[in-house]
Design a protein around this ligand. Sequence first.
Ligand SMILES: O=C(O)CCC(=O)C(=O)O
Length: 267
Amino acid sequence: MLKVDRSKITSQQVEAFQRDGVICVKNVLDDIWVERMRTAVDKNALIPGPLEVKGIPKSNGHVEHSSSLWLTDADFRALAFESPLATLAAQVLKSEKLNFLTDGFFVKKPKTNSRVGWHNDLPYWPIQGWQCCKIWLALDSVNQENGRLEYIKASHRWGKELREGSNPSWFVEPEPQEILSWDMEPGDCLVHHFLTIHHSVTNISSTQRRAVVTNWTGDDITYYHRPKAWPFRPVEEIDLPELNSFKAKKPGEPIDCDIFPRVELHH
Ligand SMILES: O=C(O)CCC(=O)C(=O)O
């Protein structure tokens, strides 16, 4: 049986998530968790993730990214199934049921043009429905100089999908008063709705900025076929037993499968 922590956030925080599409929650994970995940990220930064093509060296880009590490790494697995993150996700989503939709990390290298452009997350996932969120966990202090995230307040309510670099005519750069952003300490988390539009600024500081992400869905989420969505290459080409039940999914079916496992919540 999968175990999760019972830590609670306030009803005001849940309302703020529903209203604004993003909240910052302080001190979600303690120093032991933060150190454990820093070590796990550093260890995985130079090797291909389980869904990546083996034998291709990692690019030397300005943002190191990898995903689905819970499949091969005990610390990422523990983060998904034994840390307070699952309870946090279930609360903001107001969901009885919770599925885990893959983890990942983002390492912004120092003094690089490491901006991540405006986008929201839903177009990258083979799902549809409303109850979905990402938890972005800071492993270093985060600020304007080293690449913090900025969100367009309440943009999840627009119901629009935006892929990075797609530049549709309806999207205009937001005014400063529309932006929500926070300086953060290691262990703090951002929780954003999959439709909330965000970007992250470049890292002009002299140190790296590391973050781990986990993705979660609730009661109303079903499978939906989206070309160019996760896992970002033809599923037939990926030889991973955990993908077999996903490959058989039909649109409208519940998302539950081995690769998007259900997490048991203890109320
Ligand atoms: O960590 C970053 O800088 C970008 C993360 C992001 O945009 C995302 O996870 O959707």
